[in-house]
Design a protein around this ligand. Structure first.
Ligand SMILES: NC(=O)c1ccc[n+]([C@@H]2O[C@H](COP(=O)([O-])OP(=O)(O)OC[C@H]3O[C@@H](n4cnc5c(N)ncnc54)[C@H](OP(=O)(O)O)[C@@H]3O)[C@@H](O)[C@H]2O)c1
Length: 334
């Protein structure tokens, strides 16, 4: 099969098309003929040498795929209700940028009715991450207020739509007025251009000084002190990335006076059982919202993964992601 390899850590052109053996599904796994592979920022970090592959995972990048079931562990498939020929999308710990990919049955979901393979491939990584962090860890409730940092990221467009669909008020930050407009078009109630306004001050103005109940943060660093300031009483800060650095100096007095919770997580290295539980929650609570189009995949760009050439569309996809011009997701097709 064709796959995209990281030939050395570096710029996007280190991503090259290579021939690899078709992976063999083990117990509890199935084999997917991949039609589309989602691209995520963690793939860029892996390519630049800043995100080691977890033990046991494929060195081929790619954390999500959509395609057709080719075979696998018959018992596990039967128990989960999957058959050869079914259209599925899956969260994987690696190996997604390839024509064939193995996935734990527990991390596979049927493609929501009405969605294309490209749309389905854009779902697993951000939907699993947002569910786990905003709703499980952050405990966002109907009627509460969520601040999403990076509202037009793949994660952000998912968080805005999911939180709105669940009845929350949503504030989002983005780095330009155009991206702020995109956040509002996706349903955010307020958008803050973090380059022209201090987001913490803006949050206090918008909420009349009450602050927000939950913050989904992908920046950390100097943001954490300001996030502690603009959280409401009993507020929850959930950190999922440290693009602004790992160190922060916070006013610990505010943490106890407002009874704040500061937490965070990474998804990739978690167990199959953990990810399987998220898959079940998504199937129950979120897949119906995709099927009735209350939540829509946001696809910014689609690239042919191998393009029939040695230099791959994956390189163009990564260059686009690093340019920061995208709104929503970038997807590769096979
Ligand atoms: N913990 C986990 O399990 C997990 C899982 C998946 C992803 N992630 C992380 O989540 C982040 C988003 O992933 P993605 O694939 O959606 O990436 P992406 O589409 O490339 O988005 C990156 C986002 O970061 C925003 N950003 C950068 N600096 C910012 C700042 N100072 N203030 C506000 N926003 C800022 C950018 O906003 P502008 O373009 O508006 O500047 C952009 O929207 C990445 O850092 C990724 O590593 C974590």
């Amino acid at each position: 099969m064709n796959a995209i390899e990281i030939t050395a850590f570096g710029a996007p052109d280190v991503l090259r098309v290579a021939q690899r053996p078709v992976p063999v599904p083990g117990p509890g796994e199935l084999l997917i003929r991949v039609v589309a592979s989602g691209v995520n920022r963690p793939d860029v970090l892996q390519r630049t040498g800043n995100y080691p592959v977890p033990a046991g995972a494929s060195d081929i990048p790619g954390l999500e795929v959509a395609g057709v079931v080719e075979g696998g562990d018959a018992l596990a498939m039967a128990q989960a209700g999957f058959q050869v020929g079914d259209r599925v999308c899956a969260l994987v710990a690696g190996g997604g940028y390839a024509q064939m990919c193995v996935a734990p049955v527990a991390q596979c979901l049927p493609i929501p009715a009405g969605l294309s393979d490209v749309e389905a491939a854009s779902l697993p990584e951000t939907f699993f991450t947002v569910w786990s962090n905003v709703f499980d860890r952050g405990c966002l409730q109907k009627g509460e207020t969520l601040l999403v940092q990076g509202g037009t990221s793949g994660i952000g467009v998912t968080a805005i739509q999911m939180a709105k669909a669940m009845g929350a008020t949503v504030l989002a930050t983005a780095g330009s007025d155009e991206k702020c407009a995109a956040c509002l078009a996706l349903g955010a109630d307020h958008a803050i251009n973090y380059n022209s306004r201090d987001f913490a001050e803006a949050v206090q103005n918008i909420t009349g000084g009450a602050g927000v109940d939950v913050i989904l943060d992908m920046v950390a660093g100097g943001y954490v002190a300001r996030e502690v300031q603009c959280l409401a009483e009993d507020g929850r800060l959930v950190i999922i990335a440290v693009q602004g650095g790992v160190k922060s100096e916070i006013n610990a007095g505010l943490v106890l006076r407002k009874r704040l919770t500061i937490t965070g997580s990474t998804l990739r290295a978690r167990s199959v059982a953990f990810k399987g539980a998220i898959a079940q929650a998504l199937k129950l609570h979120v897949w119906p919202l995709l099927e009735n189009r209350s939540i829509k995949p946001v696809i910014h760009g689609v690239f042919a993964a191998d393009g029939g050439q040695e230099s791959s569309g994956a390189a163009q996809a990564h260059a686009l992601m690093e340019s920061g011009r995208h709104v929503g997701k970038i997807v590769l097709t096979w």
